[in-house]
Design a protein around this ligand. Structure first.
Ligand SMILES: N[C@@H](CCC(=O)N[C@@H](CS)C(=O)NCC(=O)O)C(=O)O
Length: 201
């Protein structure tokens, strides 16, 4: 049985819940009490020395970091559709995974933790990063339906949650018509699951 060490309000955890559901995999969740500091307790630090969720456990293997978990699930359970063989396609997927961990984390995700949970951040810097990454993604999606290739990939799954949660970070995404059309394509996928606070039409 696959186990996801999870936090319901985490967009990083949602990436994993979304892919597990799109792949129709059975799994159990074990909530980690982030407010209570459980992530810094010895049990969880053994699973992830960085003291963060998500962490996935499968067949005795432990995988930390949402991007890495997407790679693991896509390669192990997704087949060619989810983990292409082509070097160039894989490189493009890796580039978007990196964008999810960098610009999307430092922009839309940070603004959300600020507005929703009160964490102190440099709001001007996060706002600039968010505007830049939203503009780049919107222009990218002008000529293609999915971030990489002709079908959904883990690039879309990695990038989606914190963009869909952008309204919770006080970001107006109404002007990004191509992103909104892409949200609608993602939401129409069989097995799609949402989380509270996500953009809705
Ligand atoms: N790069 C990591 C970031 C994970 C992350 O930031 N997790 C947050 C929840 S969204 C967390 O566990 N925070 C608890 C803490 O840092 O104490 C990933 O993509 O999994």
């Amino acid at each position: 049985m696959i186990t996801l060490y999870d936090m319901s309000l985490s967009g990083n955890c949602h990436k994993v819940r979304l892919l597990l559901s799109l792949l129709a995999l059975d799994y159990q969740t074990k909530p980690v009490d982030l407010r209570g500091g459980e992530q810094r307790g010895p049990g969880h630090l053994q699973r992830n020395p960085f003291g963060q969720v998500p962490v996935l456990e499968d067949d005795g293997l432990i995988v930390r970091d949402s991007q890495a978990i997407l790679v693991y699930l896509a390669k192990r359970y997704g087949g060619e559709n989810w983990w292409p063989d082509d070097a160039y396609q894989l490189a493009q997927i890796a580039a978007w995974l990196s964008t999810a961990a960098n610009e999307i984390f430092h922009g839309p995700a940070k603004l959300r933790v600020h507005h929703k949970f009160g964490s102190l951040i440099d709001t001007a810097a996060a706002g600039q990063t968010a505007d830049k990454v939203l503009g780049i993604i919107d222009r990218h999606l002008q000529s293609q339906a999915w971030l990489v290739g002709n079908s959904v990939s883990i690039a879309d799954v990695a990038v989606y949650p914190y963009l869909a949660l952008a309204p919770e970070g006080d970001l107006d995404i109404g002007e990004y018509a191509n992103i909104i059309a892409w949200f609608q394509r993602i939401r129409a996928l069989p097995g799609y699951v949402a989380m509270p606070g996500m953009w809705q039409d």
